[in-house]
Design a protein around this ligand. Structure first.
Ligand SMILES: Cc1cc2nc3c(=O)[nH]c(=O)nc-3n(C[C@H](O)[C@H](O)[C@H](O)COP(=O)(O)OP(=O)(O)OC[C@H]3O[C@@H](n4cnc5c(N)ncnc54)[C@H](O)[C@@H]3O)c2cc1C
Length: 408
């Protein structure tokens, strides 16, 4: 009787079980014969901040892939039509259980830990026995050691990426230049509240509700919460200076704000009074206030392509294994865009890994190329939003407005 031969399962190490690491795991779980090792340092999902996924994640046509008029031309300028058609077609191959979740999350704002828990439960519920979870902190050294020949290693550890400075030879070692390009767009307070009425806000509403706010204008992005009809989830940004940013704790409540930054409180009060006057609703619960620097960045290398190209000339684990950066490890953007970008990148990477007969060099090139195009897209969109915000802040001051304009 001939001996039965089995091809060993391909080992995939996913470091970081935040939304993007979980999404990648859920995608790969149903795609092929992989042995997935998912490493996460947290024991529970506790981040309650509200996030919104963009509808382009479930787009069923190239036209619906664009977010808005700012995005549409950028997308057409950066991507080939065939890239876009392939991307849209690949969404149809996502397993129905995962697609159902994506459809739900694109309807409105949703707590981050609801997304993380739902993905985590989905992975467990499927019972494929192909995913092993390892709880604990992974160091860069651990990661380099675990990468056996032909293994795939994906860094999903977020904005403080574990492997960003190891993934490419030029950036490793002492004195190496960091593998990142970063622009600080502004310092901001992200302020969130729930409002008891349905409330939508367009650009003129943003302007008139801030009419008496000469500083600290609150600029909201408004969507109805999907789980509670009629309740509006309002998240917006107030621009602050670097000194103000440095003088406050990361998270504060409205009492602290009233005592220490009366100007911000007065501006919020005026804004909220205007909404109440219009729709007769009430704020539900407390305002949530977080201070964050709004950074736009990308890793110049998002794969170990350059280690691979060195071949036997280098003694490094990434010569024979494959490493990729995904999610906030690779690209970070403000203005409520980042998770969607991370999910998009997870979908593309999973699709690429699934193409078993594709040459490794080709895989690296395609991923680098795709991620660079995503970077261009989000860079252009974020700069445009920031520019529009700057103009908006000075609309009533013609001189200040003119100083912000540069027309060839
Ligand atoms: C206040 C605030 C509001 C936001 N609002 C929005 C929004 O409305 N829309 C939006 O799209 N985005 C928003 N974002 C950004 C969004 O949260 C991130 O883009 C998203 O969480 C990135 O997902 P990720 O999986 O790439 O990284 P992360 O969410 O950072 O997950 C990384 C995971 O890796 C784990 N990890 C890290 N290091 C290690 C290690 N060494 N070993 C083991 N595990 C490790 C972490 O515990 C974590 O679970 C917001 C961010 C902030 C701060």
């Amino acid at each position: 009787m001939p001996l039965e031969t089995t091809t060993p399962r391909r080992r995939v190490h996913i470091i970081g079980g935040g939304p993007v690491g979980l999404m990648l795991t859920a995608l790969l779980q149903t795609m092929g014969d992989y042995s997935i090792h998912l490493y996460e340092k947290r024991t529970d999902y506790t981040r309650t901040r509200m996030v919104k996924l963009d509808t382009y994640l479930v787009a069923d046509s190239v036209e619906s892939y664009c977010i808005d008029y700012i995005d549409e031309e950028n997308v057409q300028a950066v991507f080939d039509r065939t890239d876009l058609e392939e991307g849209v077609a690949s969404r149809q191959t996502i397993a129905p259980d995962l697609r159902a979740l994506l459809l739900e999350w694109t309807l409105g704002f949703c707590p981050l830990n609801t997304i993380e828990r739902a993905l985590s439960d989905l992975i467990d519920r499927r019972g494929t026995h192909s995913v092993e979870r390892i709880t604990g902190v992974v160091s860069a050294e651990d990661a380099l050691t675990m990468a056996g020949p032909d293994d795939i290693l994906i860094d999903c550890t977020g904005s403080r990426s574990l492997l960003r400075d190891h993934i490419s030879p030029a950036f490793g070692g002492e004195g190496g230049q960091a593998n990142v390009f970063k622009v600080r767009l502004e310092y901001a307070l992200v302020i969130t509240f729930l409002y008891s009425q349905t409330y939508a806000c367009n650009e003129s509403c943003k302007y008139y509700k801030n009419a008496e706010n000469h500083t600290y204008k609150f600029i909201p992005a408004v969507h109805r919460t999907f789980y509670d009809q009629g309740v509006s989830h309002v998240t917006g940004i107030v621009n602050i200076t670097e000194d103000e940013f440095n003088s406050m704790p990361t998270r504060v409540d409205s009492g602290w704000m009233r005592e220490n930054f009366h100007g911000v409180t007065a501006s919020m009060d005026r804004f909220i009074d205007q909404i109440k006057g219009e729709t007769g609703g009430e704020i539900i619960g407390e305002l949530e206030i977080v201070r964050i620097p709004l950074d736009l960045y990308h890793a110049r290398n998002v794969s170990s392509r350059k280690w691979h190209a060195l071949g036997s000339a280098a003694d490094h684990p990434f010569v024979n294994s494959q490493a990729f950066l995904a999610g906030d490890s690779a690209i970070g953007s403000p203005y409520f865009q980042s998770i969607s970008l991370g999910f998009e990148c997870a979908m593309f990477l999973a699709g690429l890994i699934g193409q078993q007969d594709l040459e490794l060099r080709e895989k690296f090139d395609r991923y680098e190329n795709f991620m660079y195009k995503q970077w261009l897209r989000v860079y252009m969109r974020s700069k445009m939003i920031k520019h529009n915000k700057d103009l908006f802040e000075t609309l009533d001051d013609t001189l200040a407005l003119l100083q912000k304009l540069h027309i060839y």
